[in-house]
Design a protein around this ligand. Structure first.
Ligand SMILES: *[C@@H]1O[C@H](CO)[C@@H](O)[C@H](O)[C@H]1NC(C)=O
Ligand SMILES: *[C@@H]1O[C@H](CO)[C@@H](O)[C@H](O)[C@H]1NC(C)=O
Ligand SMILES: *[C@@H]1O[C@H](CO)[C@@H](O)[C@H](O)[C@H]1NC(C)=O
Ligand SMILES: *[C@@H]1O[C@H](CO)[C@@H](O)[C@H](O)[C@H]1NC(C)=O
Ligand SMILES: *[C@@H]1O[C@H](CO)[C@@H](O)[C@H](O)[C@H]1NC(C)=O
Ligand SMILES: *[C@@H]1O[C@H](CO)[C@@H](O)[C@H](O)[C@H]1NC(C)=O
Ligand SMILES: *[C@@H]1O[C@H](CO)[C@@H](O)[C@H](O)[C@H]1NC(C)=O
Ligand SMILES: *[C@@H]1O[C@H](CO)[C@@H](O)[C@H](O)[C@H]1NC(C)=O
Ligand SMILES: *[C@@H]1O[C@H](CO)[C@@H](O)[C@H](O)[C@H]1NC(C)=O
Ligand SMILES: *[C@@H]1O[C@H](CO)[C@@H](O)[C@H](O)[C@H]1NC(C)=O
Ligand SMILES: *[C@@H]1O[C@H](CO)[C@@H](O)[C@H](O)[C@H]1NC(C)=O
Ligand SMILES: *[C@@H]1O[C@H](CO)[C@@H](O)[C@H](O)[C@H]1NC(C)=O
Length: 538
């Protein structure tokens, strides 16, 4: 067993050991970052939690991103570590992961953000796949799992060990054949017109990613009897989200949907792990099993809450924003679209792979949505075990509040501080700019799961009116709220927000200290990835 693991590790070592190298495909291992301003008692508590996880997983440290999905091998690193030859790889079909996208309404028409990845899936023998899958399973082996779980473990492992294709051209075909029935969840409607093929102007990146904005032509189909099938609705003449199917040409693996979202309305931006599905990222062994073996399972009756929102407010747009890496996106989409309302998707693009990029990706993706829909209102949903959520959600809210302050200080002839200006560089300074965030809902993951001993920082919430956010315990806490009216706090759910590091044992919480330092919190910065887990196992 030990020998076998070592052999597998040997294949992967080029990935794990690579020092920062000029080769873009080889992800360097993350290094633990020590913050100088850590509270030393808090630090030793955190170290205690970490070592309590067991020596085999001592390198697994949560940054709010499941660490087993950190630093996955990519491109030629996969190819060389598995000994796949060019010729065999060339013979396998090219696949396209084409993510469900959103589009905004502009003077030029509907403007769509297509993004995804082009790759080939090497033909890995089942026995080799099993060996690779075992790397991701702590304290068990694929051969000890029931058949359905074996299938899932092999599926995820195969999805991870793919060879991304750089510098290829991608074309997307848009087709108005979405079959959303009026009674279906989700307020989206089927677009009329809009069919066309567009070749992206840029080839895929070194990591096989593509991501670009396309303006859709306002097309119609002429029927055999000479009549026109009709046109897409302009964004300022409808409140409903229109959907078009899109297909990456040359493959049947890149089928996806684009949501044309009007400038005004409400978008729910939701994280997935530990809010829409049970992951338990705070418990690495469970987290791995819940991702690699157990079927993806909704968290309690959260699907009812979203279904109710979606059927009560037919104009809502749902955007699923998770920092899980691109490689495992298909499994997340498959689960979400069976369980929650349809919507667009963002996962972590491959160029965000080092530690600091991992921690900034959520903010990056949130900013993109806010900039694309400056007049929409947002409901943000996440949980306290994600340090990046705890940081970014109140931050975007404050950012957009700051723009408001800037507008007013400008019109009143006061001097906005340079910081205010640089933090809202794209905002029109001439018009009133009410805050865009209606509600922030955060599941208090430690209240229902005592095994979640990760501290979290609530400093970002200081100054936010209580109506705009709620730390909640179970999905039912979200019932009967006037979310569109911005009344987001259910009075029966007691809030215990200290605006500082929370979840530390009694006596360690130091209110006041946390407010003066930047938000990442001590937790976010103690990141050691997959590569080091493997070294620890050696
Ligand atoms: C809708 O937007 C288009 C493009 O910006 C503009 O030409 C048109 O006048 C607008 N229509 C209405 C009803 O505001
Ligand atoms: C994968 O490899 C196995 C054995 O090496 C072979 O039998 C099988 O046909 C291959 N599958 C594909 C799709 O090439
Ligand atoms: C992609 O398309 C452009 C424009 O047609 C062409 O110049 C380029 O060679 C193509 N790239 C590949 C890899 O085929
Ligand atoms: C023309 O054809 C379309 C689609 O086949 C049909 O929906 C429409 O009713 C027809 N119009 C006339 C005037 O026959
Ligand atoms: C497309 O053109 C038609 C016909 O001129 C017009 O009625 C419709 O509003 C346009 N739709 C969009 C999305 O521009
Ligand atoms: C993708 O769409 C095409 C065209 O509708 C269809 O033939 C194909 O089966 C679809 N692929 C998958 C994986 O569903
Ligand atoms: C893995 O499962 C997902 C979700 O069911 C599916 O879309 C994907 O094609 C599967 N991948 C493989 C390699 O079987
Ligand atoms: C990743 O690529 C996008 C463009 O596709 C770029 O905007 C972003 O800054 C890049 N992120 C990193 C960390 O390089
Ligand atoms: C549409 O989205 C793009 C990309 O985020 C943004 O630059 C642009 O300002 C948006 N347009 C409008 C009218 O909101
Ligand atoms: C979360 O729940 C725990 C356990 O019930 C409690 O001690 C803590 O104060 C709660 N946090 C917030 C922010 O309400
Ligand atoms: C469904 O949502 C609406 C709006 O938030 C709310 O008024 C209603 O009480 C909810 N129903 C249930 C059963 O939660
Ligand atoms: C409130 O939070 C503080 C700090 O995390 C904690 O010490 C205290 O036990 C919590 N109180 C309740 C009632 O949960």
């Amino acid at each position: 067993m030990a020998l076998r693991i070592c052999t597998i590790l040997f294949w992967l070592l080029p990935v794990a050991l690579a020092l920062p190298s000029p080769h873009p495909l080889v992800t360097p291992p993350p290094t633990p970052v020590q913050r100088r301003d850590l509270l030393s008692d808090a630090e030793s508590y955190v170290n205690g939690v970490i070592s309590g996880l067991g020596s085999d997983v001592s390198g697994y440290i949560a940054s709010g991103v499941p660490q087993f999905f950190q630093d996955l091998p990519t491109g030629t690193a996969v190819q060389s570590s598995l000994g796949i030859n060019e010729k065999d790889l060339a013979a396998t079909p090219t696949q396209v992961l084409n993510l469900p996208a959103y589009g905004n309404w502009t003077n030029a028409g509907w403007n769509v953000r297509v993004h995804g990845n082009v790759y080939k899936m090497p033909n890995i023998s089942e026995s080799k796949l099993d060996e690779l899958a075992d790397i991701f399973l702590i304290g068990t082996s694929i051969k000890d799992l029931p058949p359905a779980e074996q299938t899932q473990a092999r599926n995820l492992t195969a999805e991870i060990f793919v060879v991304q294709q750089s510098h290829v051209n991608v074309s997307i075909q848009f087709v108005n054949n979405v079959g959303i029935e009026p009674q279906d969840d989700g307020g989206a409607t089927n677009a009329v017109g809009g069919a066309q093929v567009i070749r992206l102007l840029e080839e895929t990146t070194d990591q096989g990613d593509y991501g670009t904005w396309l303006v859709l032509a306002n097309t119609t189909t002429i029927n055999a009897n000479g009549s026109s099938s009709g046109y897409m609705m302009p964004g300022n003449e409808t409140s409903r989200v229109q959907s078009l199917n899109m297909y990456a040409t040359g493959t049947d693996s890149g089928n996806s949907t684009v949501y044309l979202v009007p400038p005004k309305g409400v978008t729910v931006i939701s994280d997935i792990d530990d809010i829409l599905r049970v992951t338990k990222i705070w418990d690495p062994k469970e987290g791995l099993l819940n991702s690699f073996a157990h079927p993806f399972t909704p968290w309690l009756n959260m699907p009812d809450i979203y279904a109710n929102w979606s059927s009560s407010f037919r104009d809502f747009h749902f955007h699923y924003l998770t920092t899980t890496p691109e490689q495992v996106t298909r499994n997340y989409m498959d689960f979400i679209f069976k369980t929650y309302p349809l919507g667009s998707f963002d996962t972590r693009p491959l160029n965000f792979s080092d530690v600091s990029a991992t921690l900034s990706i959520r903010k990056f993706l949130l900013d993109l949505v806010f900039e694309t829909f400056p007049e929409r209102k947002f409901i943000l949903v996440g949980d306290t075990s994600n340090s990046d959520v705890m940081k970014a959600y109140p931050q975007v809210r404050n950012l957009h509040l700051l723009s408001y302050v800037t507008v007013h200080t400008q019109t009143e002839g006061l001097f906005p501080t340079p910081e205010l200006l640089t933090r809202s560089p794209n905002k029109k300074l001439t018009k009133d700019y009410p805050g865009q965030v209606l509600c922030i809902f955060l599941r208090n993951s430690s209240s229902t799961d005592s095994s979640d001993r990760f501290p979290y920082n609530t400093a970002g919430f200081k100054g936010l009116p209580q109506d705009q956010y709620m730390f909640f315990n179970v999905p039912d806490d979200l019932r009967n709220l006037d979310i569109v009216g911005g009344k987001c706090h259910n009075a029966s759910v007691k809030q215990n927000v200290t605006f500082s590091e929370q979840g530390l044992p009694f006596g360690l919480s130091k209110s006041g200290v946390a407010e003066t330092r930047p938000m990442p919190g001590l937790w976010a910065t103690l990141v050691v990835g997959f590569g080091l887990v493997m070294l620890a196992m050696m």
